[in-house]
Design a protein around this ligand. Sequence first.
Ligand code: NCD
Length: 360
Amino acid sequence: MQSEYQHLIDLNDYPVSWWTKLIELGEKIKNDPAKYAHECDGKVMATLFYEPSTRTQMSFQTAMIRLGGEIIGFDNPANSSVSKGETIKDTTKIVSSYADILVIRHPIAGAAKAASLTADCPVINAGDGGHLHPTQTLTDLLTLKIEKKRLSGLTIGMCGDLINGRTVHSLCKALSMFEDNKFVFISTPELKMPAYIKDIIKANGSTFEEVHTIEEVIGKLDVLYMTRIQQERFASVEDYLAQKNTYVLDHRKMQLAKQDMIVMHPLPRVDEITVEVDDDPRAMYFTQAKYGVFARMALILTILSDKKGSETLKGKVYGGVKCDNPKCITNHEEYLPKSFRATGDETLLECEYCDERKLV
Ligand code: NCD
């Protein structure tokens, strides 16, 4: 299925050269923001946030305003027609006729892809459930480029809720495309990185190891990417409480780290980094959030200037076959074509919305 607009649903829909050009533009904007102050004069961006957000929503809005554009949208679906039962299809169809670019965050995996099927303007995925968060990854790549001067040859520790953390899923998919990056996953057995992400890392020729404590690996890391335990994605409060407070980065653990290791976090922080770490020059999370505006300015400019269009669905509908993932948008919005990608294995299909695999 072809769309005449350039959407950003998953960074891996684009070649690495596209991301690196975008990161370069982000650096140029950071060094001379005034030069870009009127690039989006007269343009409107809509932000449809079906899920809470501070940084992502406000940094998108700031990015558009700093480019000279205007913003519309909602951050509480209860105040929109969504509360009356409106589908993503209808909301998207209407709002995309008001705006030049649409940014969507939704609690269900594949929602941004669903929006891109009917939108009459480019759609940007600002987080779809526990699935992907490509614009956080652009922010993270820009931060690494500026602060570590490279996107390859890095040993990256990722710690916390690796099963539900969409930021680490997108970041692994992206960083494994660069040479010689090594991943160290630090989590409890319940919160391990999903198998499909580990398969992608292996297929891209990168390596990973899985450990249970920060202390045993922090000394060899170039980057420690901390994440919040995602309370809202747990089946019960008990399950969440059993994981809460497992990992806390503090001054004592930081003493074991290299002098040039940087600490990243997509934020919000709950209690996984103590406030004393904020004063350590290696703490990069507030700077990272600031760079998010430059990354998003670069993205808006790229998406609006590129008129190539994109392929929204590349797979096939297999009569009657449905995705098994209850958190997939195709199980919430019935009209969507249930499209699957073939895998190397004939008995296995991959849902194009949430990437969940299914035996047939
Ligand atoms: C993250 C998200 O929403 O996935 N935050 C963000 O975008 N800055 C991480 C989180 O909520 O824990």
